[in-house]
Design a protein around this ligand. Sequence first.
Ligand code: FES
Ligand code: FES
Length: 168
Amino acid sequence: MKVFEKDQKVKIHLKINGQDYETETEPRRLLVHVLRELGFTGVHIGCDTSNCGACTIIMNGRSVKSCTVLAVEADGSEILTVEGLAKDGKLHPIQEAFWEKHALQCGYCTPGMIMEAYWLLKENPNPTEEEIREGISGNLCRCTGYQNIVEAIKVASQKLRMELPKAH
Ligand code: FES
Ligand code: FES
């Protein structure tokens, strides 16, 4: 078993939004901090007990709360953050739907909420209202009262189903 000295840094590799990154980190550092230090400041920190979901990213195809993953655990993984959704400035259908349906106010929960919606719609392309609410229940929002977020995810699901199979 490999034993690390206190304060010893470890080299890790991450593929973030399709690009390779190499960085050094202490084993105790949380992935959320490392992502933000690498410039992905759309990944937010809203709590310290894993409830709020503001830090949600897609890691190896699944939505995870990046405040609850050590950066060293993520070594070698593929990560998608909200910054990676738009292509050449064209909004992803989920982003478009959030805009159209006024699904954000302060915007702090929005990157995490959008990444959770992204995963939800991959898992279940035509969710009911109940399934949407359940699907985003790990993502807290102080501003919107959720109703418009649910509407936006419904609209996004229609847009994405119309786009199939080219949807990413
Ligand atoms: S920052 Fe709140 S769940 Fe990650
Ligand atoms: S828009 Fe402000 S917390 Fe959701």
